[in-house]
Design a protein around this ligand. Structure first.
Ligand code: FVH
Length: 299
């Protein structure tokens, strides 16, 4: 007979979760909770997506109101804010802990928090920093920004952390969305630079696969500069620790533009940033880092 000495039977009941929205992300989240033994009630506009989860143990609700009634913790992961409006219109949210993982703007998140409060629900907004294959994979590096009710976050922290890590960024319900969009905006800026770099070699006898690791290593080497930017913004001294002054960098911009022209590549991704660099130089920021550009962006 197998000895149970030293083994804790898994007697702690896991809290039940209601999931509204079973697209790629909602399904991945649901599967991770089911795999960890959480009782799940699910609903989706297209019923087949909910039915597909029943064999794995999900209880399929007939409509959104029934799903919401099934658990205190209600997680919403829909396409956009107007889908949230449609799905939750007329649904009784009193006493529910509403966690909205639908991508939204900070203003939409704040309005949704007030809307939830007016219906007697606590509200937490989430910004997902992961793609579906990263969900349920502990070392994949994904996480969700949460903001809004700290009490709600603390109450469900363990459950919310099952599919993917969590990072709480404050009581302001708009902060999760703001952090989400800030990081993704930086990502798009980086992808724009990567697109320009590949375009430069496109017609040459250089394998993209040969450039890729050089590009990746260079970007990784440059990334720590964000800490110096933050330090300069905090102190207000944009010349602190400068290695490559703005004047020198602006002097180099014709080389980038001429190279683009010679390679038959449009400079349209670089020009807006170069224009801002020149404007800051004209204002007297020649000895500074690139940090002054930020002040030109903030209207
Ligand atoms: N997938 C990703 O890579 C990103 C990663 C970062 C975070 N996003 C955001 O997550 C939200 C959901 O994204 P998703 O990937 O699950 O999106 P879809 O697979 O397109 O599923 C959309 C679900 O929303 C339902 N839906 C859409 N409109 C309505 C509506 N008017 N009424 C009711 N439900 C609606 C849709 O239902 P159905 O088409 O299956 O009937 C899906 O359940 C999103 O905010 C991303 O920005 C994902």
């Amino acid at each position: 007979m197998t000895s149970l000495i030293g083994m804790e039977p898994n007697t702690v009941e896991k809290p039940s979760v209601t999931m509204l929205g079973l697209g790629a992300m909602g399904t991945a989240l649901t599967r991770a909770w089911l795999a960890a033994g959480y009782p799940l009630t699910v609903w989706n506009r297209t019923p087949a997506r909910a039915a597909a989860l029943a064999p794995d143990g999900a209880r399929v609700a007939g409509n959104a109101a029934q799903a919401v009634a099934a658990s205190t913790l209600v997680v919403v992961c829909l396409l956009d804010d107007s889908a949230v409006d449609e799905v939750l219109a007329g649904v009784d949210l009193a006493g529910r802990d509403l966690v909205n993982l639908t991508t939204s703007t900070p203003a939409q998140a704040r309005a949704r928090a007030a809307w939830a409060r007016s219906r007697g629900a606590l509200y937490l907004d989430g910004g997902i920093m992961a793609v579906p294959p990263m969900i349920g994979v502990p070392d994949a590096g994904g996480y969700v920004f949460y903001s809004g009710s700290r009490a709600l976050y603390e109450r469900h922290r363990e459950t919310l952390g099952v599919p993917v890590d969590t990072t709480y960024v404050g009581e302001d319900a708009g902060f999760a969305a703001l952090h989400d969009v800030a990081l993704l905006s930086a990502m798009y800026g980086m992808f724009a630079g990567v697109a320009h770099a590949f375009a430069l070699i496109r017609r040459e006898d250089i394998e993209p696969a040969a450039l890729a690791p050089l590009l990746a290593d260079w970007l990784v080497a440059m990334v720590p500069a964000v800490h110096q930017t933050a330090d300069q913004l905090r102190s207000g001294d944009y010349t602190k620790g400068v290695v490559s002054p703005l004047a020198m960098q602006v002097a180099g911009t014709p080389t980038f533009l001429s190279t683009a022209e010679q390679q038959g590549v449009s400079p349209e991704l670089l020009l807006p940033y170069f224009d801002l660099m020149r404007r800051r130089l004209a204002e007297g920021g020649g000895e500074e880092d690139l940090t002054g550009v930020i002040d030109l962006l903030v209207r």
